[in-house]
Write a protein that binds this ligand. Sequence first.
Ligand SMILES: [Fe+2]
Ligand SMILES: [Fe+2]
Length: 165
Amino acid sequence: MDRSKSIELLNTAIGDELQAIHQYLYWHFHLEDQGLIPLAMLFRKTAIEEMHHLSKLSERVLFLKGDIDMNPSGPVERITDPEAIVRRAAEMESKSADDYNNFAKQCSEHADSASKQLFEGLVADEERHFDGFDTRLDHIKAFGPQYLALESFQNSQNGAAPAAE
Ligand SMILES: [Fe+2]
Ligand SMILES: [Fe+2]
Protein backbone atom coordinates (compact mmCIF):
# COMPACT_ATOMS: atom_id res chain seq x y z
CA MET A 1 0.00 0.00 0.00
CA ASP A 2 1.24 3.50 -0.86
CA ARG A 3 0.16 5.43 2.24
CA SER A 4 1.43 8.80 1.02
CA LYS A 5 -0.58 8.51 -2.22
CA SER A 6 -3.73 7.65 -0.29
CA ILE A 7 -3.15 10.55 2.12
CA GLU A 8 -2.69 12.90 -0.84
CA LEU A 9 -5.96 11.75 -2.44
CA LEU A 10 -7.84 11.90 0.86
CA ASN A 11 -6.56 15.43 1.50
CA THR A 12 -7.60 16.54 -1.98
CA ALA A 13 -11.09 15.28 -1.14
CA ILE A 14 -10.99 17.07 2.23
CA GLY A 15 -10.27 20.37 0.43
CA ASP A 16 -13.18 19.79 -1.94
CA GLU A 17 -15.58 18.87 0.87
CA LEU A 18 -14.59 21.99 2.83
CA GLN A 19 -15.13 24.14 -0.26
CA ALA A 20 -18.57 22.53 -0.80
CA ILE A 21 -19.56 23.05 2.85
CA HIS A 22 -18.68 26.77 2.71
CA GLN A 23 -20.33 27.18 -0.69
CA TYR A 24 -23.53 25.38 0.31
CA LEU A 25 -23.86 27.37 3.55
CA TYR A 26 -23.34 30.59 1.55
CA TRP A 27 -26.19 29.47 -0.75
CA HIS A 28 -28.31 28.32 2.20
CA PHE A 29 -28.21 31.82 3.74
CA HIS A 30 -28.82 33.60 0.41
CA LEU A 31 -31.76 31.36 -0.55
CA GLU A 32 -33.27 31.71 2.91
CA ASP A 33 -32.94 35.50 2.54
CA GLN A 34 -34.74 35.26 -0.83
CA GLY A 35 -37.58 33.27 0.77
CA LEU A 36 -36.82 30.08 -1.15
CA ILE A 37 -37.04 27.94 1.96
CA PRO A 38 -37.24 24.35 0.58
CA LEU A 39 -34.17 24.95 -1.61
CA ALA A 40 -32.38 26.72 1.25
CA MET A 41 -33.05 23.69 3.48
CA LEU A 42 -31.78 21.30 0.80
CA PHE A 43 -28.45 23.16 0.82
CA ARG A 44 -28.30 23.06 4.62
CA LYS A 45 -29.00 19.31 4.65
CA THR A 46 -26.44 18.67 1.90
CA ALA A 47 -23.79 20.77 3.71
CA ILE A 48 -24.30 18.60 6.81
CA GLU A 49 -23.85 15.45 4.72
CA GLU A 50 -20.62 16.91 3.29
CA MET A 51 -19.47 17.44 6.91
CA HIS A 52 -19.97 13.71 7.50
CA HIS A 53 -17.82 13.06 4.42
CA LEU A 54 -15.17 15.41 5.81
CA SER A 55 -15.22 13.49 9.06
CA LYS A 56 -14.77 10.07 7.41
CA LEU A 57 -11.95 11.36 5.20
CA SER A 58 -10.16 13.03 8.13
CA GLU A 59 -10.40 9.92 10.31
CA ARG A 60 -8.88 7.87 7.49
CA VAL A 61 -5.94 10.30 7.02
CA LEU A 62 -5.14 10.20 10.74
CA PHE A 63 -5.46 6.40 10.77
CA LEU A 64 -2.83 6.32 8.01
CA LYS A 65 -0.60 8.54 10.21
CA GLY A 66 -0.87 11.55 7.93
CA ASP A 67 -2.02 15.04 8.79
CA ILE A 68 -5.25 16.60 7.61
CA ASP A 69 -5.07 19.60 5.30
CA MET A 70 -8.07 21.65 6.42
CA ASN A 71 -7.87 24.24 3.63
CA PRO A 72 -10.80 24.60 1.21
CA SER A 73 -9.83 23.83 -2.40
CA GLY A 74 -11.09 27.23 -3.56
CA PRO A 75 -12.90 30.40 -2.56
CA VAL A 76 -16.68 30.67 -2.23
CA GLU A 77 -18.22 31.68 -5.56
CA ARG A 78 -20.54 34.67 -5.23
CA ILE A 79 -23.40 33.26 -7.27
CA THR A 80 -26.80 34.38 -5.93
CA ASP A 81 -29.26 33.76 -8.78
CA PRO A 82 -31.28 30.68 -7.72
CA GLU A 83 -31.21 28.92 -11.09
CA ALA A 84 -27.47 29.58 -11.47
CA ILE A 85 -26.93 28.22 -7.94
CA VAL A 86 -28.70 24.95 -8.71
CA ARG A 87 -26.83 24.60 -12.01
CA ARG A 88 -23.44 25.17 -10.33
CA ALA A 89 -24.29 22.79 -7.47
CA ALA A 90 -25.18 20.03 -9.97
CA GLU A 91 -21.82 20.60 -11.70
CA MET A 92 -19.96 20.42 -8.37
CA GLU A 93 -21.66 17.14 -7.42
CA SER A 94 -21.04 15.62 -10.83
CA LYS A 95 -17.35 16.53 -10.59
CA SER A 96 -17.11 15.11 -7.05
CA ALA A 97 -18.61 11.80 -8.19
CA ASP A 98 -16.15 11.63 -11.12
CA ASP A 99 -13.18 12.54 -8.90
CA TYR A 100 -14.07 9.99 -6.20
CA ASN A 101 -14.56 7.25 -8.78
CA ASN A 102 -11.09 8.10 -10.03
CA PHE A 103 -9.62 8.20 -6.49
CA ALA A 104 -11.21 4.81 -5.66
CA LYS A 105 -9.56 3.34 -8.76
CA GLN A 106 -6.17 4.79 -7.79
CA CYS A 107 -6.48 3.42 -4.24
CA SER A 108 -7.33 0.01 -5.65
CA GLU A 109 -4.21 0.16 -7.85
CA HIS A 110 -1.94 0.59 -4.83
CA ALA A 111 -3.85 -1.96 -2.74
CA ASP A 112 -5.56 0.38 -0.25
CA SER A 113 -8.91 -1.36 -0.15
CA ALA A 114 -10.33 0.57 2.82
CA SER A 115 -9.71 3.98 1.20
CA LYS A 116 -11.13 2.61 -2.06
CA GLN A 117 -14.32 1.59 -0.24
CA LEU A 118 -14.53 4.96 1.50
CA PHE A 119 -14.39 6.77 -1.85
CA GLU A 120 -16.95 4.40 -3.36
CA GLY A 121 -19.34 5.19 -0.51
CA LEU A 122 -18.88 8.90 -1.17
CA VAL A 123 -19.59 8.41 -4.90
CA ALA A 124 -23.04 7.03 -4.05
CA ASP A 125 -23.80 10.07 -1.85
CA GLU A 126 -22.52 12.61 -4.40
CA GLU A 127 -24.64 10.95 -7.12
CA ARG A 128 -27.68 11.30 -4.87
CA HIS A 129 -26.83 14.97 -4.25
CA PHE A 130 -26.43 15.48 -8.00
CA ASP A 131 -29.83 13.91 -8.59
CA GLY A 132 -31.51 16.30 -6.11
CA PHE A 133 -30.13 19.35 -7.93
CA ASP A 134 -30.59 17.90 -11.41
CA THR A 135 -34.25 17.10 -10.72
CA ARG A 136 -34.79 20.74 -9.74
CA LEU A 137 -33.15 21.86 -12.98
CA ASP A 138 -35.60 19.61 -14.86
CA HIS A 139 -38.50 21.20 -12.99
CA ILE A 140 -37.23 24.71 -13.76
CA LYS A 141 -36.99 23.69 -17.43
CA ALA A 142 -40.51 22.24 -17.40
CA PHE A 143 -42.32 24.87 -15.30
CA GLY A 144 -40.13 27.96 -15.72
CA PRO A 145 -37.88 29.86 -13.31
CA GLN A 146 -40.88 30.58 -11.06
CA TYR A 147 -40.88 26.88 -10.09
CA LEU A 148 -38.63 27.56 -7.08
CA ALA A 149 -40.93 30.33 -5.81
CA LEU A 150 -43.99 28.08 -6.35
CA GLU A 151 -42.30 25.27 -4.43
CA SER A 152 -41.67 27.69 -1.57
CA PHE A 153 -45.25 29.02 -1.68
CA GLN A 154 -46.70 25.52 -1.65
CA ASN A 155 -44.47 24.63 1.28
CA SER A 156 -45.77 27.56 3.31
CA GLN A 157 -49.41 26.80 2.29
CA ASN A 158 -49.01 23.28 3.61
CA GLY A 159 -47.76 24.75 6.85
CA ALA A 160 -44.77 22.49 6.56
CA ALA A 161 -42.07 23.38 9.02
CA PRO A 162 -38.63 23.28 7.47
CA ALA A 163 -36.93 20.01 8.26
CA ALA A 164 -34.40 20.38 11.04
CA GLU A 165 -31.84 18.53 9.00
FE1 LIG B 1 -19.12 15.08 -0.25
FE1 LIG C 1 -22.16 16.22 -2.36
